[in-house]
Design a protein around this ligand. Structure first.
Ligand SMILES: [Zn+2]
Length: 259
């Protein structure tokens, strides 16, 4: 199944936002807890109920201030708390994935950073299990080589800890200065039953991602073709400045190819 939807509800509030997503024929929403986890569990339950009624699959993007490989211990502890707080809300609203960027290399040995992140990710997975939360974490393919989160890094992390991962195709473009081979990526991640993905327009520089922009049809086409060719089971969250419109645009491209 192909699910499409926006990152966030563009300031509409969740009730109106979910109704609008359904009205537009979309069926996914990634809530953005960008600046902190402030939603009470009761509200999470309400959002979950409405989404379920409308057939909309939920995920959560955790706060930006996360670095599981920080040189400062208290920053790692705070990062873990932000992720676990997001997981608790995810459990209450029935969101399947909690997405976040794992951390930065800073000036540390990349192997060492991968080890630290693996250890902290394993710790978070254990906590989810201990609490009986029905959700999982899905660290994201990041947009800069200075951040942990290339596809091979994430696949290894998944293998070692059992976590899920998020494939942001726009970030892959930004990491590689506009080059992307969808066939190669889908082959690399073929062991995943469901692909949780992000895609939108993106502006990059020599150091990778700068910012998201409007998603263009010509950029959607090659991804859509590969998805249909593989009959991929995938959710694509759009993070452009106009994520609802761009999700509809993506849907139109996919529909036009499959009819
Ligand atoms: Zn993303």
């Amino acid at each position: 199944m192909i699910r499409l939807g926006p990152a966030g509800v563009s300031g509409m509030g969740y009730e109106a936002g979910l109704n609008e997503i359904a009205r537009l024929g979309l069926n996914a929403l990634e809530l953005s807890f960008t600046y902190g986890v402030r939603m009470p569990n009761e509200q999470a339950k309400e959002v979950g109920k409405q989404a379920k009624k409308l057939g909309i699959a939920l995920s959560i993007h955790g706060p930006y201030y996360i670095n599981l490989a920080s040189l400062e211990k208290e920053k790692i502890t705070a990062s873990i708390k932000r992720i676990l707080d997001s997981c608790e809300r995810a459990h209450h609203m029935g969101a399947k994935y909690v997405v976040y960027h794992s951390g930065f290399f800073q000036k540390q040995d990349p192997k060492k950073v991968a080890e630290i992140i693996q250890e902290q990710t394993g710790f978070i997975m254990d906590k989810i299990k201990e609490n009986g939360w029905k959700t999982t974490i899905a660290p994201e393919l990041t947009g800069k080589p200075s951040q942990f989160g290339s596809i091979p890094e994430l696949m290894e992390l998944r293998k070692q800890t059992g976590c899920h991962i998020t494939i942001d195709f726009a970030h892959q473009l930004a990491r590689n200065q506009g080059k992307i081979d969808y066939e190669e990526i889908f082959t690399e991640i073929r062991s995943m039953n469901h692909i949780h993905a992000h895609f939108s327009g993106i502006v990059w520089g020599p150091k990778g991602e700068r910012h998201h922009k409007i998603t263009e049809k010509k950029d959607i086409l090659p991804l859509a073709k590969e998805i249909l060719k593989r009959k991929a089971d995938i959710t694509i969250i759009n993070e452009s400045p106009s994520p609802l419109k761009d999700s509809v645009k993506t849907k139109k491209v996919i529909d036009s190819l499959s009819s």
